[in-house]
Design a protein around this ligand. Structure first.
Ligand code: ADP
Ligand code: MG
Length: 447
């Protein structure tokens, strides 16, 4: 389909779904600026219209694009002012490759030692894809998640992989370093062509640019400008850009909108806090090969995995502390008592020694003849869905665990847990079979 017929079909559908006043106000003068396989850029005329349309017609536009293009398609609304801002890639002669660039990669963060579980599987798979084919698959790749969940580790892993498997140049910088590089120049001598050129060369000659913790770019307006230009330049040449942040592009209000929009051009992926199994797996992995690990009793690992819930850095801290204690006291074995003593200040007093949620998951899975993985997965077939909802309900009714923690162990958000519990709670009153099932499961757990 050519651009014109695409655009006409698009407008036809929109106009059939709106009354004529709304259509004439918001869409009649819109223009198609760019159409690619999976992306449409539309000029809507003004900032005011852009905000309004984005707010009230987002769903309509998305649905319409799907029906015209026959596949999912993203879109961007722009104004004539913004298009003027678009950086025309300067007609510079091919820049010399900036060979001396120190890529800042930490060789100890690799894919090999990144432990994968439900909460980070997608991010890891996508990161690996990008490492194998930089600039080809998802550009930019935007990774977000709370602190300590492995974003920096994954980004270095990508960089290390690229450096080892290709002759492409990589540069890893935190956004603070980017600001420093940039303001370093302006402070010293704004007109010093050589230094400015050096900065540009450094950033524009690389094949894979990794910027960590982009949220810290907020506030630095001139630097945001420079980043914007660098981004456009590299993106225009299909150079891979990888960005991380502690929040999603939508929530990155500290950055200018034109930057945020660009971050969603490629792929955005979220890393969630690790569930119990992943925490245990990471612990085992961290301890493997260490001489002390032979002394450790299995319940110590469970104890740590149960109590360092929310992030991997916290888990690592516990391991380091346990090792330090072991070095001082040279125990014959590291049992629960020793571990509790070693970690008492670190972990605090909320001691979950047995993990009720894990126990409930096991019992429910057995009862319905599914697996615990099924319960935690995205699968939605009726049996699994029902089992999952019952399991969440029992966790909520019979343990002290918070909704957040229950959600964490099922890879579900807060709202889903509440919804599931409400649903089962309703049914419980009128459905004797369900009542019996829950009774049986509780007995199973008790034994
Ligand atoms: P973030 O950048 O998200 O704050 P980091 O990447 O710095 O988190 O991770 C914190 C620590 O936890 C690092 O030492 C990292 O190696 C480790 N880590 C995080 N996730 C994993 C994982 N899945 N497997 C192994 N180590 C991990
Ligand atoms: Mg980090």
């Amino acid at each position: 389909m050519n651009n014109e017929s695409f655009w006409n079909s698009f407008l036809d559908i929109i106009s059939s779904k709106l009354n004529s006043i709304s259509f004439n106000t918001w869409f009649k003068d819109a223009k198609l600026i760019k159409l690619t396989e999976d992306k449409v850029v539309i000029d809507v005329g003004s900032k005011y219209k852009k905000d309004y349309i984005a707010r009230f017609y987002d769903d309509l536009i998305e649905e319409t694009l799907v029906s015209v293009a026959n596949h999912n398609c993203t879109y961007e609304l722009v104004t004539p002012e913004e298009m003027k801002e678009e950086v025309v890639i300067e007609n510079e002669p091919e820049l010399p490759r900036y060979k001396d660039v120190n890529n800042n990669l930490n060789p100890s963060y690799t894919f090999d030692n990144f432990v994968v579980g439900e909460s980070n599987r997608l991010a890891q798979a996508i990161a690996l894809g990008v490492a194998e084919q930089p600039g080809k698959l998802y550009n930019p790749l935007f990774i977000y998640g709370k602190s300590g969940l492995g974003k920096t580790h994954l980004m270095h892993a990508i960089g290390n992989y690229v450096v080892q498997n290709s002759d492409k140049t990589v540069l890893y910088v935190t956004s603070e370093k980017f600001i420093e590089d940039f303001t370093g120049i302006t402070k010293k001598d704004e007109d010093n062509y050589d230094i400015v050129k050096h900065f540009k060369e450094k950033y524009r000659s690389i094949d894979v640019l990794i910027i960590d913790d982009i949220q810290f770019l907020g506030g630095a307006n001139k630097t945001q400008d420079e980043f914007f230009n660098t981004f456009n330049f590299l993106h225009g040449l299909n150079k891979q850009i990888i960005i991380s942040s502690d929040r999603s592009p939508d929530d990155l209000k500290v950055l200018e909108e034109r930057l945020r929009t660009r971050f969603t051009w490629g792929l955005t992926v979220n890393i969630m806090p690790p569930d119990y199994n992943l925490r245990l797996k990471i612990l085992k992995n961290k301890m493997a090969g260490h001489e002390v690990s032979a002394l450790i009793k299995p319940d110590v690992l469970e104890y740590i995995a149960n109590n360092c819930e929310s992030d991997v850095r916290h888990l690592e801290g516990a391991v380091n502390r346990l090792y330090a204690y072991t070095a001082i006291y040279s125990p014959k074995e590291i049992n629960l008592e020793f571990a509790q003593e070693a970690l008492k200040d670190y972990i605090g007093n909320s001691l979950y020694i047995t993990n009720n949620i894990t126990k409930i998951q096991k019992a429910v899975a057995e009862y319905f003849d599914v697996t615990v993985e099924n319960l935690k997965s995205k699968k939605r077939n009726a049996t699994i869905n029902n089992a999952r909802q019952i399991a969440m309900y029992i966790c909520k009714m019979t343990t002290e665990e918070t909704i957040e923690r229950i959600g964490l162990e099922f890879n579900r958000n807060h709202a889903t847990v509440i919804h599931s519990c409400d649903k089962i709670n309703q049914e419980y009153k009128t459905n004797p079979q369900l009542k019996q099932q829950i009774k049986d499961i509780k007995e199973k757990i008790a034994n």
